[in-house]
Design a protein around this ligand. Structure first.
Ligand code: F6P
Length: 405
């Protein structure tokens, strides 16, 4: 076992996923038997200063000298605790804070001089995800005494104040700049040889999926008639299938079910949710079925008869062929990726995640987790009487098709 000790220092503007990543790293290290602890400056601030003061943006203004001193003080307490932890039984100490200014990071480098430091900068400028993050922040107890609108405005101002002192990682000896939405490394630098680095790199780029249940909506009238698209409801068989799904998942806690905006996925979810104690259904438009354009509502047979060029086009290259006024699998891909990111983000504090999608949509979602050549994606088998169970963590990959009856 590699028993080298290491400080990891998180860095990034507020609401960029630093704390979520810190927890993910801690879990991965612990799973590998590496004692790890997180030292979070925000927790100290919440403990020692009144929320009425720290929820307001003025506390983060770079020219608010007394607040700057207070925040520096919390950083020092955490550094001392982190150092003591590594001098004892700890192996990895994660310092979780914005650490946005070069000055702050210099202080950390000077103080924590006994073991190497790896800085991790979290970067995410996706407007939609950012506003979801900010909305979530405003629901925290920190802001409970403010109305939502004021809380949001104060939080955005706080981000702007951090922006004033923000200096991206550059001169630090060891760092990773990470796109924290896509788990993609944008830049890395290694001044020291860090024995733990190969596994950290792996932790950083792995999409963590503890338990994904990927289900296709159950039977509709369109399915029986072989009609595509539209917005049909479930048949009585479809209702019975969804009720079976509900019974199957009854003992498992499913806090959220993500669906498309179509009736058939929401009805399936509703019947599953009825068997749960506390389950929220969240429709995500990006999970809507492939748009068949001028062929929406038609049967495959009538398309073949009336518009043979469309059937031939799909047969020749199903992945790239787009329905007139509609989509191809290739066109769908980016929106499905956005849907996956949204769902995983909203679900990030819970282990189980359920998505109720459609045939083409579920093919794209599966291919996100399991490599398939493009030309094979439109032919992945997506039955309605079975579902996929997917696990993808850094040391375990599971992919099974299961029957629920
Ligand atoms: O037939 C059901 C369905 O979900 C249609 O709405 C959709 O157009 C089709 O499956 C997608 O599958 P394929 O790309 O194989 O036609």
């Amino acid at each position: 076992m590699n028993d080298e000790k290491l400080y990891i220092v998180m860095m990034g503007l507020p609401a960029r996923g630093k704390s979520t990543l810190a927890v993910r790293l801690r879990e991965a290290f612990r799973r590998d038997g590496i004692p790890t602890r997180i030292f979070n400056n925000g927790n100290l601030r919440r403990m020692y200063r009144p929320l009425q003061e720290t929820s307001l943006s003025g506390f983060y203004h770079p020219e608010n000298a007394s607040a700057v001193e207070a925040r520096k003080g919390f950083a020092k307490i955490n550094m001392k605790m982190a150092r003591a932890y590594l001098r004892n039984s700890g192996q990895v100490a994660i310092l979780d804070a914005t650490n946005a200014s070069r000055e702050r990071r210099k202080m950390i480098e000077e103080f924590l001089d006994d073991y190497p430091i790896l800085f991790i900068e979290c970067i995410n400028d996706d407007e939609e995800i950012l506003s979801l993050n900010i909305l979530e922040k405003t629901k925290l107890p920190d802001f409970s005494h403010l109305d939502r609108q004021t809380a949001k405005a104060e939080f955005i101002k706080r981000i702007d104040y951090y922006r004033l002192v923000y200096v991206p990682l550059k001169v630090e000896r060891n760092y990773v700049r990470l796109d924290s939405l896509h788990n993609k490394i944008l830049e890395e630098k290694h001044g020291d040889t860090i024995g733990l680095y190969p596994r950290i790199r792996d932790y950083l780029v792995t999409d963590v999926v503890k338990n994904l249940f990927l289900i296709r909506h159950t039977e509709t009238g369109y399915n029986i008639a072989n009609r595509i698209g539209g917005n049909p409801s479930l048949t009585s068989k479809g209702i019975a299938q969804a009720q079976s799904l509900g019974r199957f998942f009854q003992k498992l806690r499913v806090p959220y079910i993500f669906t498309s905006s179509k009736k058939r996925t929401m009805q399936t979810a509703q019947l599953i949710a009825e068997e749960q104690k506390d389950c929220t259904i969240i429709p995500i438009k990006e999970f809507d079925e492939i748009n068949a354009g001028i062929c929406e509502g038609m049967t495959y047979k009538s398309i073949e008869k009336k518009m043979p060029q469309i059937s031939q086009g799909r047969e020749a290259d199903k992945y790239h062929y787009a329905y007139p006024n509609g989509e191809s699998y290739e066109i769908m891909k980016p929106r499905i990726e956005v849907g996956i990111k949204k769902a995983f983000h909203l679900n990030r504090h819970s282990g189980n995640i359920m998505i109720i999608g459609h045939q083409a949509v579920n093919r794209m979602i599966l291919s996100h987790f399991l490599y398939r050549r493009e030309e094979d994606v439109p032919y992945i088998y997506i039955p309605q009487d079975r579902f996929y169970h997917i696990v993808s963590i850094h040391n375990k990959k599971l992919f099974e098709m299961k029957s629920y009856d």
